[in-house]
Design a protein around this ligand. Structure first.
Ligand code: SF4
Ligand code: SF4
Length: 88
């Protein structure tokens, strides 16, 4: 089943769909997020979390601070993240 994270509020405008089975764990998504919002490359500070076990991504999620800017999805070359925009 596809996992998603959504903006809260009355109208759902954007969400990120996660495809952990396509993720190779490169952490480019987390690097760009931390650079944007923490002003340095530090995946631990990113608003997107890649959970890996035995070299396999088991889960991807975003923290409540995620702005749904979509930069993580933009940089992922493996189509493991997908920004979905809904008409408001
Ligand atoms: S979601 Fe994409 S950019 Fe992020 S770690 Fe996985 S493969 Fe890399
Ligand atoms: S959508 Fe933006 S804020 Fe949210 S995890 Fe991706 S880069 Fe970070």
């Amino acid at each position: 089943m596809e996992n998603t994270s959504t903006e809260t509020g009355d109208v759902k405008k954007k969400e990120i769909a996660y495809h952990p089975e396509k993720c190779v764990g490169c952490l480019l998504c987390a690097s760009v997020c931390s650079l944007l919002y923490d002003k340095r490359v530090n995946p631990l500070k990113a608003r997107i979390k890649i959970v890996r076990k035995n070299y396999i991504t088991s889960k991807i999620y975003t923290t409540p601070e995620c702005t749904f800017c979509g930069q993580c999805a933009e940089i992922c070359s493996y189509e493991a993240l997908e920004l979905i925009k809904h008409a408001s």
